[in-house]
Design a protein around this ligand. Structure first.
Ligand SMILES: NC(=O)C1=CN([C@@H]2O[C@H](COP(=O)(O)OP(=O)(O)OC[C@H]3O[C@@H](n4cnc5c(N)ncnc54)[C@H](O)[C@@H]3O)[C@@H](O)[C@H]2O)C=CC1
Ligand SMILES: O=C(CO)COP(=O)(O)O
Length: 340
């Protein structure tokens, strides 16, 4: 197979992205951790653990559990492992492994060991320049991609032209793409919306109704904007540049917040619902058997916001419930009073 695009990861999102690319006729290299999953995919043409209804044209798949060899074979790589495993997975690569490659992060999380955005981590670890880094965000559940429901993804990168060229590979009959240069803003919004979806789930588990939920989400949206404004203010002050302006009403911001808080596909919402109903964090993790990024993100953001200083009562309440054993009903009772 010639040099092409590769996907790192084999969970639901990696599988959905593999479907999007191969449906468009693109051959892909695909790194899958587990050889047994590879064997099954070769024999039965689907991922036996995630989105099992999606069948692949295996002539378009080059499957491997050898990460350095797979990375060497690609000039564009999509990262689709949960943030908590990213450092472990990429530790298999030498420091120059990403030289001249375009890296497209589909991860909606921060690196938990130091709260870095994925691009910052790749710069520190692999000296990946900003113009080789791209992101995929937007409101899109893997399960709906599997069912070919019309969905929209936002691609962000330093250059609109280079980003458009990547987005074009994904655009298809059930997949529209949006392109912008707001690389940092969309990533922070994606990290925050996972925390807020946990909050929405907790509220549902505590038996609050739809009226309360809409007020909760409105206030989460305001919190998101307040964090991003302060973040940009501080960044601009340090760099001596003007402040980046974000389009909060775009689907990568408001849309993803809404779908993750409302959709029954959302793992963050499901996880939160279990916490609201009285499950412990450990029990909810075991029951979910998938990754709720907001769990890790709530701690990262709590730590990050110590420096930023934004007013974030909902994110703080989610952190307190998940990491400080504060009772959900107690935390929500104090939230109730401050909403506008
Ligand atoms: N599922 C979705 O609809 C969407 C997910 N995303 C993002 O995609 C990223 C990946 O999430 P999903 O594919 O949804 O997760 P998932 O929960 O479906 O799959 C988990 C993945 O982690 C892998 N894994 C488990 N233990 C591991 C370990 N010790 N080392 C390395 N890998 C390990 C599993 O093999 C599996 O590939 C996340 O950042 C998520 O926020 C973004 C948009 C949509
Ligand atoms: O990012 C997503 C939808 O846009 C997926 O959200 P969950 O991880 O909560 O399922």
């Amino acid at each position: 197979m010639s040099k092409s695009i590769g996907i790192i990861g084999s969970g639901s999102w990696a599988t959905a992205l593999a479907k999007i690319l191969t449906d468009n006729g693109h051959p892909i290299h695909w790194w899958i951790r587990n050889d047994e999953t590879i064997r099954h995919m070769q024999l039965r043409h689907h991922n036996k653990h995630y989105l099992t209804s999606v069948y692949f044209d295996t002539s378009l798949l080059s499957l491997s559990s050898d990460l350095p060899a797979m990375v060497a074979a690609c000039d564009e790589l999509v990262l689709a492992v949960p943030s908590a495993f990213l450092e472990d997975v990429l530790s298999l690569l030498p420091p120059d492994a990403l030289r001249n490659k375009k890296i497209i992060s589909a991860i909606k999380g921060l690196v938990p060991s130091n709260n870095d955005l994925i691009g910052q981590y790749l710069y520190k670890q692999f000296e990946l320049p900003a113009n080789q880094y791209f992101t995929i965000t937007g409101p899109c559940h893997a399960e709906e991609v599997a069912n070919e429901k019309l969905s929209y993804l936002t691609f962000s990168g330093a250059s609109l032209e280079a980003t458009q060229a990547i987005a074009d590979k994904f655009t298809g009959s059930f997949l529209q793409t949006i392109v912008n240069t707001d690389v940092v803003g969309v990533q922070l919004a994606a990290v925050l919306k996972n925390i807020y979806a946990l909050g929405a789930g907790i509220a549902h588990g505590l038996e609050y109704g739809d009226n309360f939920l809409s007020v909760l989400i409105t206030n989460c949206f305001r919190e998101m904007q307040s964090f991003l404004e302060k973040y940009e203010e501080q960044k601009a002050a340090v760099a001596g540049t003007s402040q980046m302006v974000h389009n909060y009403s775009a689907s990568a911001y408001l849309g993803d917040l809404l779908v993750t808080c409302y959709s029954l596909h959302s793992r963050n919402r499901t996880f939160g619902n279990m916490i609201g109903k009285g499950y412990s964090v450990k029990a909810a993790q075991l029951e979910l058997n998938m990754v709720a990024e907001g769990y890790y993100a709530s701690k990262c953001m709590y730590e990050m916001n110590r420096q930023i200083g934004a007013y974030m009562p909902v994110a703080q309440a989610v952190y307190a419930i998940l990491w400080q054993q504060v009772h959900p009903s107690e935390a929500f009772l104090s939230l109730e009073k401050g909403f506008i």
